[in-house]
Design a protein around this ligand. Sequence first.
Ligand code: PMP
Length: 357
Amino acid sequence: MKHMQAKINFNAGPAALPPEVLHEAAKAVNKYKKTGFSILELPHRGPEFAEILEESKHLVKKLCKLDDNYEVLWLHGGGRQQFFMIPMNFLSQDGAAGYIDSGHWAEEAYQYATSYGNAQVLASSKKVNYTSLPEWPAKIPAKLAYLHLTTNNTIYGTQWGQTPDVKVPLIADMSSDIFSRKHDYSKYSMFYAAAQKNLGIAGLALAVIRKDMLKRSVRELPPMLSYAAQVKEGSILNTANVFGIYVSLLMLRWIDAKGIDSIEKENKAKAKLVYDTIDSSSIFTPYVKEKAHRSMMNVCFTAKTPEVEKRLLELCEENDIAGIKGHRSAGGFRVSLYNAISMEWVEQLVALMKAVS
Ligand code: PMP
């Protein structure tokens, strides 16, 4: 199915959604199945939404190859709410948690945790402006409540490959690379993702938690902020984000129909095309030099002169390509290549990159 919208969208998030998903979502906004009204009016405690929730949870576990030892939650508040829910739930005032500081979001997650207990940065690549991943810590303290990792660094375009085994509970922010590749999700005691990149629309987060973590709550919390209470109420402790969860279900169906293997293959090919174009050009410089650290999801690069930068932005504007300006803290360009981005779109961008001279 072709996109009906006029512009090619390489934004980092909210990001492009597949045309099939947009089409189904628009249909549901008009009228949801046989209800006679819009999905926007659908009660969160009715049978239709119960089906949506059930199927979404089933698909998350299926795509992650996880068993019933894991709970799937849909939570309000996007990615940042997880930054504080995690330490609130698991880091006691006299406890310690480890953070791998691989970028802006990883650092912000750490900063939020410092209010609740002894949060420690165990490795950081801040000194090199996050142009590479930090070296994995030689030693991870045995008594950590958890170790927090950001699998893909959206702003700088670095991404961890398969994660090393650790003996403490591993918690990952997968906001910008969930379901983008084959991955061993069973290594994590918990992982989460803001939905607005590979998984739907903003304001919503997916959190997947191994059941043993629910017994590790360290303090009394308002139920809305407690994973155990949210699990007990099956993600409908309060009025759920019905439409957001429905769009995520459509994304999960789309991902499942394509299959993670073929999604990974496409994502690799799209990223290779852009990186090859940058590497073979004399006017663009990759933000991340170390190839093994490069992200398949966000390709960041700079232009050698302000004229080149201006020219590529102009060409994109003239050709209805949006969203390639880099984040203000990295500068230059950032091309986000989430699952919904087609190879055809990438080829159109690359043709413009080659046309700049
Ligand atoms: N984590 C990562 C890796 C992100 O890229 C982002 C946002 N781009 C966030 C967390 C924050 O998400 P939100 O804006 O939904 O709070």
